[in-house]
Design a protein around this ligand. Sequence first.
Ligand code: RB5
Length: 150
Amino acid sequence: MKIAVASDHAGYKLKLGVTEHLRRRQIEYIDFGCYSQEKVDYVDFAVKALEAMARGECDRAILVCGTGIGMGIVANKFKGIRATPCWDEYVAEMSRKHNNSNCLTLGGRVLPLDEALLIVDIWLDTPFEGGRHEERLSKISQLEARNFKI
Ligand code: RB5
């Protein structure tokens, strides 16, 4: 499994902890930036990571901003992405078992590193349960083909 990783300035420090953890676990990743705490727009870095997924270069993404919300909003604009902001271990487990999350978003301003790493491990290691959840996800995929305007 290869992970596309990205952050903005608010997620930068937590992202460094996450990438160090991925290295320790010998999980391949590409860090699409940003590379410092200088202010940037989270949208730009989410797009870089998600385009790599869309090209098939990465299997999943971990995106970190201040809250995990902005990154999640951007990621869910991409067809086939099921991005899930996760703030605790239970939510992380469900995001895999029920939602087959392929993009974890984390909040660097709201999560301590040790808690974030527990979430990352659960998200990496928990399989999708399939079954009735598969049907629900297929309904979501069908929505992607429709052209809603608000
Ligand atoms: C940056 O200040 C902050 O708005 C961003 O990191 C993120 O939390 C947006 O959702």
